[in-house]
Design a protein around this ligand. Structure first.
Ligand code: CTP
Length: 407
């Protein structure tokens, strides 16, 4: 049996990037031999094993053949006769289809190294089309390596377009899609992920609500970039520059969905887009079974981002309602994430990226002022139950009035 390092570990070593997890391929072995050496079987779908000590993944070399729609729709063939080249040809990108032995000798039959140098994400063979998830993977790699100058090869983009136009993407499970989307959003240039999906027509299938923002104008006085799609991409880019967490990045992507619903005769204004967008945000959240914290923040940011921008103009009662909507007294962190998303929204405008955002500190100060209202004196005055709730609210309102006057 011969064992090779494959995939991301080889690619990232050649790129001079840190290698986190290593995948191995085993040529010339049977399942029985692997078990006899103490490997633990893990693959439900494929003959994959975990190394008894390192826990790394070892897969028997295999070929795959598509037999139906979606992820489950293919059969594989693993046997000691399957060669390394046969295993590599079924993989997604040439830069992911290189193997290395323990002497660091490279096996690179599909010219991955050449494409690494040319900064090209290129599919290995027509077998690319056998897993539609690869459309998202390529877009994710584009987001990750954009800074290094990588782009998607035109023929690969064309194949991605064909896959998007067929109904293959619809067969992806929410879990697999979300895994790719969430990883892509955490890359250095998450906006490139959206751009690539749009360029191949996948955005229209996966998130038509985001796709619809392109070509929708906004008032140039507030939005020098004008186009709502371009704005959304910039907001996402700012979120990455400012190292925001996934919750904030997801909220940034979805915050303006309502603008896609504005009738053309109302352009470039988008009256009540915050509220109108909520049902779209909910639909996207549900489509990908998005984790609860991301779902919640996206909805709150969608509904209240304009409040954030207008913070200084809000009446104390509106400020208090805002703070209550976020349950800021129990969940201060979520309000911080809201503030961050608002700031990214403001910075995601052409030429205004460096403009300060005083609303952030103003909102933080308001939250602190309301939170500092002491409950003990009210209890001592004998307030209980709903009356106590009302008394706390009154005191918080007073505190916010004072805060606003002093600010
Ligand atoms: N692979 C593939 N098609 C997929 C998933 C994986 O061809 N849909 C192959 C690629 O050769 C890939 C390898 O399996 O390099 C390992 O996959 P994975 O661990 O998911 O990705 P990595 O390439 O290691 O990338 P990452 O750094 O994102 O983990």
């Amino acid at each position: 049996m011969r064992i090779y390092k494959v995939g991301g570990a080889v690619r990232d070593r050649l790129l001079g990037k840190p290698v986190t997890d290593i995948d191995w391929v085993v040529v010339g072995a049977t399942t029985e031999e692997m078990l006899a050496k103490g490997f633990r079987p893990v693959g439900v779908d494929f003959p994959v094993f975990l190394h008894p000590k390192s826990g790394e993944e070892y897969a028997l070399a295999r070929t795959e053949r598509k037999s139906g729609r979606g992820y489950g729709g293919f059969t594989f063939h693993a046997s000691p006769e399957v060669t390394l080249e046969e295993d590599l040809i079924r993989r997604d990108l040439t830069i992911n289809a290189m193997a290395e032995d323990d002497q660091q000798n490279l096996t690179d039959p599909y010219h991955g190294q050449r494409d690494l140098e040319a900064r090209l994400l290129r599919h290995v063979s027509p077998a690319f089309a056998e897993d539609p998830l690869r459309v998202l993977r390529v877009a994710r790699f584009a987001a990750r390596y954009a800074t290094l100058g990588f782009t998607v090869a035109p023929e690969t983009l064309e194949l991605m377009r064909q896959l998007s136009e067929s109904n293959e993407l619809e067969a992806l499970t929410p879990e697999r899609s979300w895994k790719e989307i969430s990883r892509a959003l955490m890359e250095d240039q998450p906006q490139v992920f959206v751009e690539v999906l749009r360029a191949c027509g996948a955005l229209k299938v996966l998130m038509p609500e985001v796709d619809a923002l392109f070509g929708v104008p906004q008032p140039p006085a507030h939005h020098p970039e004008i186009d709502t799609g371009a704005h959304t991409l910039s907001v996402l880019q700012q979120a990455a520059i400012h190292k925001q967490p996934l919750t904030v990045r997801w909220a940034c992507l979805l915050h303006d969905l309502g603008k896609g619903l504005t009738p053309e005769q109302e352009w470039p204004r988008h009256i009540a887009h915050e509220f109108k967008g909520l049902k779209l945000i909910k639909a996207v959240n549900e489509r990908f079974k998005v984790p609860r914290d991301c779902q919640e923040l996206a909805l709150l940011v969608g509904e209240y981002h304009t409040h954030g921008h207008r913070a200084h103009e809000l009446k104390p009662s509106t400020l208090l309602e805002l703070l209550q909507s976020f349950d800021v007294f129990r969940r201060p962190q979520r309000f911080e994430e809201f503030i961050a998303a608002c700031e990214m929204d403001a910075r995601g405008r052409k030429g205004l990226e460096e403009k300060s955002y005083p609303q952030a500190d103003y909102l933080r100060g308001a939250a602190t002022a309301a939170r500092n209202v002491a409950v003990q004196p009210l209890l001592e005055q004998g307030f209980k139950g709903p009356e106590l709730g009302e008394a706390i609210k009154r005191e918080r309102l007073k505190a916010l009035k004072t805060y606003k006057e002093k600010a």
